[in-house]
Ligand binder design. Structure first.
Ligand SMILES: [Fe+2]
Length: 416
């Protein structure tokens, strides 16, 4: 659903007034919350500096064998992120990497004219667009999305959510995935075209002014932030977004990617702020009296929601590079987890990924598949993204015949 806002400053003023009215003793509650997050950040920094892992790591083979322990699950819920190793073999990921390179070369991707006005999503983050390619329909992307191993991985991760309500109603179905066609990153060693400063996706001002989002964060906005559970799916599929290129209009349990090359800290890759409920801090910060009435601490419609030094400096030291990953490993982070891409790639090899998150079956996601399917058939950019449409005439893109029975369901060609 689309959220249309005619007078944004007025909407922000109204939202703040209403939210504050429901938050007695805001300053006192905020101080208590600040203490909690200061300690959480300190623990993460201490662990990182001691060389201990901060982002949970599990093996795909353990997911497949049902060997993930409750303690491991609890840590993923707390950190809001996980590295799942060995979802695909190194050989498979390496082949996909080469094949995508050939696809781009054969179709002269480098000669496409990029219209800078088409994609403004990241323009307010101090860094620009990194090496993200506007292709959605190469065969390797489609094969990776529809692979059985990835389906099993996502079913496990989706299952960490509370996907059923108290009355037994189902918010989403964890083992049925909807394909959200996204792009790829191919980043050359030495690239310093800048990465992405800390942000989260999936809505900015919406989180304060949309009724669905207010319900998602109902515990935070009523001052009981400790009762807020980032993995409670209630209302998550009922949110509305302001339409804009690159703002995700699906419900994603996690953002994520599959590594096509080895990459780690310093290779121009991902950093995560691994505190699943840190959104509570970002939601309440703009309601304090030192923030201008029409400001949401940097949130702007149609843009990524930035975590910035001016307003969120307490959280930022927890930003931690992902551990080194190998081709075929996957990285996942909750849709409310702050993340960034390193400015410089100082490593020796390409750092390449296929963006594939988790978007389980629900009415909202099924509706998106209806919009997405014709774009796939015609080779257009996916509907949430800038209409660059590079692949319409590309030789060798994936077609309907390339879909497996599972892929057909994930793309909405067939009912589950
Ligand atoms: Fe992002």
């Amino acid at each position: 659903m689309s959220l249309i806002v005619k007078d944004l400053p007025a909407a922000i003023r109204d939202a703040k007034k209403r939210l504050r009215a429901g938050l007695p003793d805001l300053a006192g509650r905020f101080a208590g919350m600040e203490e909690h997050f200061r300690s959480e950040v300190a623990q993460i920094v201490a662990a990182r500096e001691a060389g201990q892992p901060v982002i949970p790591e599990i093996a795909y083979s353990d997911i497949a064998a049902g060997r993930i322990t409750p303690a491991e699950e609890a840590l993923i819920r707390r950190r809001g992120a996980a590295v799942v190793r060995g979802v695909y073999s190194k050989e498979q990921a390496g082949c996909w990497n080469e094949e995508i390179g050939e696809y781009l070369t054969r179709n002269r991707y480098g000669e496409q004219k990029v219209d800078p006005d088409l994609d403004k999503y990241f323009s307010k983050l101090k860094a620009g667009r990194p090496q993200i390619f506007g292709i959605y329909w190469s065969k390797p992307q489609m094969q990776a999305r529809q692979g059985e191993e990835l389906a099993r991985t996502r079913a496990f991760l989706n299952g960490l959510w509370h996907h059923q309500g108290p009355g037994g109603q189902s918010y989403f179905i964890p083992d049925r995935e909807c394909t959200y066609a996204d792009r790829i990153r191919r980043r050359e060693p030495g690239d310093a075209t800048l990465g992405l400063s800390p942000h989260m996706d999936g809505g900015s001002v919406e989180r304060w002014i949309d009724e669905g989002y207010r319900q998602v964060y109902r515990h935070v906005f009523s001052g009981d932030w400790r009762d807020y559970d980032p993995f409670d799916a209630a209302w998550r599929t009922e949110t509305s977004e302001i339409p804009s290129p690159a703002v995700c209009s699906m419900f994603r349990t996690y953002q994520g990617w599959t590594a096509l090359t080895a990459q780690g800290p310093g290779d121009g890759t991902l950093q995560l702020l691994p505190i699943a409920n840190a959104i509570a801090y970002m939601l309440l910060r703009p309601l304090l009296s030192d923030v201008p009435e029409e400001s949401l601490c940097g949130a702007e419609p149609g843009r990524a929601l930035s975590a910035n030094a001016e307003w969120h400096s307490l959280l930022l030291p927890a930003l931690t590079p992902i551990p080194r990953v190998e081709p075929g490993d996957t990285v996942w982070w909750h849709s409310d987890v702050v993340h960034a891409v390193e400015d410089r790639h100082d490593g020796k090899g390409y750092s390449n990924v296929i963006y594939i998150g988790a978007a389980p079956w629900c009415g909202k996601n099924a509706a998106y598949l209806e919009k997405q399917r014709p774009h796939f058939l015609q080779g257009q950019s996916a509907p949430d993204f800038a209409a660059e449409n590079y692949e319409i005439g590309f030789d060798g893109r994936a077609r309907e015949a390339d879909l497996t029975p599972l892929g057909r369901k994930q793309m909405g060609f067939e009912a589950w």
